[in-house]
Design a protein around this ligand. Structure first.
Ligand SMILES: [Fe+2]
Length: 248
């Protein structure tokens, strides 16, 4: 009978993240914002949500977004000036999201890649199948002194539990997309996201936002039951992320 008086679990009403390691914020160089106006709106909205540090991670994907390091840095510097002119209180940094195709190995051998913080390298693979040499590529990345961070592992439905475990054992970190857990990418990805969360196979929660609309969707999650569930694991609390990245 006393269950009736049991205090309800407090819901998280405040946005809990202060740093994002995966966001498409630079206009016109990938499938992110179309122009600088949209970039500014996205960054302002993220700052209002509570983000203090944002890492812009445009695609480096030879087939669709053949961005060079110089192009990314030039475009980022222009964006940074506009953000400063708009007086948005946020610290911006730049990295990239590298697609593991056969041009990646050449790139890895030829230049210093753009990393999150010091040496974390954000990588992605096809949603249709893993590269035949995936584990060899992971080893090569590490041999060059980078720590691989696999973007949205929950979206690779072709990966088995054995694959996830093998990647984790190899030293790969996993970054889950916030919107995956909300069903944005469909029910199977949502189920996979919670499977990864349940197994504690997630190290970071990123936004992977490409548009203002997606930032607004993220804002709408605050206070929902799913958002509480998303945050109940220790691995990606704000403190943990902050500690890992040395941000705060
Ligand atoms: Fe991305």
């Amino acid at each position: 009978m006393y269950a009736f008086f049991k205090k309800p679990t407090p819901k998280i009403r405040q946005f809990p993240f202060k740093a994002d390691i995966h966001a498409h914020l630079i206009p016109g160089i990938d499938d992110g914002p179309a122009d600088i106006a949209e970039s500014i709106k996205m960054i302002r909205k993220m700052s209002e949500l509570g983000y203090q540090k944002l890492t812009a991670t445009p695609h480096v994907f030879a087939e669709f977004y053949p961005n060079t390091k110089a192009k990314i840095l030039d475009s980022f510097n222009l964006l940074k000036k506009e953000v400063a002119a708009a007086s948005i209180p946020v610290e911006l940094s730049v990295a990239a999201e590298y697609f593991l195709d056969n041009t990646f190995e050449v790139l890895l051998d030829s230049e210093k890649l753009l990393t999150i913080h010091e040496h974390q390298l954000l990588i992605e693979i096809s949603t249709f199948g893993k590269p035949l040499n995936l584990y060899d590529l992971i080893a090569q990345i590490q041999q060059k002194g980078y720590q691989p961070v696999l973007a949205h592992p929950e979206r690779y439905l072709h990966l088995s539990d054995k694959d996830y475990q093998k990647l984790l054992e190899a030293g790969c970190l996993f970054q889950l997309n916030m919107l995956s857990a909300n069903g944005y990418y469909g029910r199977p990805v949502q189920k996979r996201a919670f499977h990864l969360i349940k197994n504690d196979w997630t190290h970071f929660i990123g936004t992977d936002v490409h548009s203002l609309n997606q930032v607004e969707l993220i804002e709408s999650l605050v206070g929902t039951a799913f958002f509480d569930q998303l945050l109940c694991k220790r691995s990606y609390t704000q403190q943990n992320i902050a500690h890992f990245l040395g941000f705060f």
